[in-house]
Design a protein around this ligand. Sequence first.
Ligand SMILES: Cc1cc2nc3c(=O)[nH]c(=O)nc-3n(C[C@H](O)[C@H](O)[C@H](O)COP(=O)(O)OP(=O)(O)OC[C@H]3O[C@@H](n4cnc5c(N)ncnc54)[C@H](O)[C@@H]3O)c2cc1C
Length: 430
Amino acid sequence: MLSRPEILIVGGGVAGLSLATRLGKSMGKPGKARITLIDKSFSHVWKPMLHCFASGTLSNENDKVNFISQASGHHFEFWPGEVASIDRENREVILSPLLEADGSVILESRRMKYDTIVIAIGSCANDFGTPGVKDHCMSIDNLVEANAFNEKFRMELLRAFANTSELDIAIVGGGATGVQLAAELHKALEIVGPYNLHAFGKAPPKLHVTLLQSGARILPAFPESVSAAAQKELEHIGVTVQTNARVAGADAHGFILKDGSYVPAKLRVWAAGVKAPEVTTAYGGLTINRTGQILVNPNLSSIDDERIFALGDCSFIQDDPLPATAQVAGQQAKHLARYLPAWIEHGRKVPGCVFHNKGAIVALGKYNGWAALPGGTVWGGGISHGFSARMAHLMLYRQHQMELFGYYRGLMSCYSDWVETFVRPSVRLD
Ligand SMILES: Cc1cc2nc3c(=O)[nH]c(=O)nc-3n(C[C@H](O)[C@H](O)[C@H](O)COP(=O)(O)OP(=O)(O)OC[C@H]3O[C@@H](n4cnc5c(N)ncnc54)[C@H](O)[C@@H]3O)c2cc1C
């Protein structure tokens, strides 16, 4: 090992940023190791809220965590850039050049030495090679995509205002992302309704969202009663839910279904299925599965290399696969934060990570929400819905903030968000 061990964390998402912050405290601060976080963007957002940024019901300026600032206050370093490949023989990662929007180079391609790497690069939408999806659909897998969708959504809404017409949006995927986005878009339109937009048109536009789900029910990860209740709620607010709707292709005007029918849509969103970013194929020949996830042992080390760990959406535990959720990513980050120091300092093997299922929560904007909790939790288990479930969904984010900022700053951030609701519009208007 190098004189001061170099720990590289690739990806500052739910798992990576939490891990960097914790290791910064336990190993960076006392000088036991140099912790470096590498991310291709400059800030972190709580990904389960991306549908709110996409619809404009949350301002991402308030809810972004800047990596430079987080690193300087928590005893780790931040390097901007995309890890394009890993040279396992020389124990180096290779970063792509960092480019400005016009293509000019800010930083040339770089190599960084490591003793231990933790890969936490998350996931992206999986279109399963469906024809036309790449060219004609949008996704909301990161802040750039969510903002791009929001820009389109606002412009198309104004166009619909001007023409007194209906805006058709079709979303493929009846999991949490698609379901929550459908509800949040309706919420955005409800907020816009009372604004004085006479310059654009006489009557507010109508929004028609169609949710296409290939399986027999939406929210398949939840109990059947939650799927049925969520579908009823969506239909109540005006969303058309089509189950058993297999998409065969997309074009510039809508989706073609396997049964030959056509769903017209001005905006088309693909939110069905996830896969690891394609770059994992260039990570030093590490074994990956069909969706590009890195195969790991129960203790999250790669099955090929004990110096490389992978966690969160980009990893796959061989004998005990887990869903791609923030809950899994967060628990795995805590596990590595607890056991990596002993491995790095004393070579003590990291034990297997045991996942404790704390249930699943889905929130349909301001309309409704469901929490399916397993038995044996402090809440006793079962299904709750309504305000308490919506609050529980929000609390997950607040808890994440507290973990990153500490209790007092987390509380202040909560308070400042609340104050903002009185001084800013509650939907993004520009
Ligand atoms: C709209 C939406 C709603 C969701 N709702 C829920 C929910 O309600 N509950 C739930 O549990 N889960 C939800 N999820 C899933 C959850 O967000 C993910 O499971 C979780 O974020 C995974 O965490 P992660 O740390 O593995 O990856 P991420 O949080 O995705 O972070 C990955 C990071 O890696 C960086 N990165 C990627 N490639 C590279 C590279 N080559 N080099 C350097 N950096 C790189 C990215 O910039 C990013 O910062 C939702 C997801 C979406 C998109």
